[in-house]
Design a protein around this ligand. Structure first.
Ligand SMILES: [Zn+2]
Length: 216
């Protein structure tokens, strides 16, 4: 065998494992894509018209049959950013939500199920780049879950949509009037000693994409 032929054979031998690995990689990627497509389709199937602001009083959960879910879906969303935040728990880029800059009086509802979650009365500028609140709109609106890294996740209590996180570095109690402090719902996250005026209220750091604002 001449030297040129030897080098071709060697090249072929070297290429075979690489080709096999590439083929395996393609298969894994194709499987992942198919799985991802299925998830997205599922999210979209559990949503509906973005502009439908109807509040939904149906308390169906995910264990119920598909026919029952159709009613619940009427107040959902097809907006990809909202879905990424609400359903997958992703975080929007800071400073990007128009609601971070919203100063008008009004209410902030869950973009998925329409439940009123926060009020402009509890909103403040935390400087974090995300819409921030020191209290929820009313009792029984937000659920909490401690994450693996210690952060406290906040979700919509009704539809389980991801909202953001609560941190213990909100406004100081002494900087708020007694009237405002009395308006804090009883089941709001207690991040410090309520008897000490120098301790802080929670900071609900919320993705604007998970909320819809309605002016009063
Ligand atoms: Zn909700």
């Amino acid at each position: 065998m001449n030297p040129k032929a030897v080098s071709h054979v060697a090249l072929l031998c070297l290429s075979l494992p690489a080709a096999a690995a590439f083929s395996t990689h393609r298969k894994i990627f194709a499987d992942a894509s198919a799985s991802s497509r299925r998830s997205i389709t599922k999210c979209q199937a559990s949503s509906n018209d973005e502009n439908n602001n109807d509040n939904n009083n149906n308390d169906n959960n995910n264990n119920e049959p598909a026919a029952a879910q159709t009613d619940q879906d009427k107040s959902g969303t097809n907006n990809p950013l909202r879905l990424a935040v609400l359903k997958l728990g992703l975080t929007e880029l800071k400073w990007t939500s128009p609601l971070n800059y919203e100063k008008r009086a009004g209410v902030y509802s869950c973009a998925n199920c329409g439940t009123v979650l926060f009020d402009s009365k509890g909103k403040y500028d935390s400087g974090s780049g995300w819409p921030s609140f020191w209290k929820t709109a009313d009792a029984d609106r937000v659920a909490y879950k401690k994450e693996w890294d210690g952060r406290m996740e906040c979700t919509c209590k009704k539809c389980k949509g991801h909202l953001g996180h609560a941190f213990p570095d909100g406004p100081r109690r002494i900087d708020l009037s007694e009237e405002l402090l009395e308006a804090v719902p009883a089941d709001d996250l207690n991040t410090s000693d309520p008897k000490n005026v120098y301790t802080r209220l929670p900071r609900y750091c919320v993705n604007g994409a998970s909320l819809k604002f309605q002016e009063r």
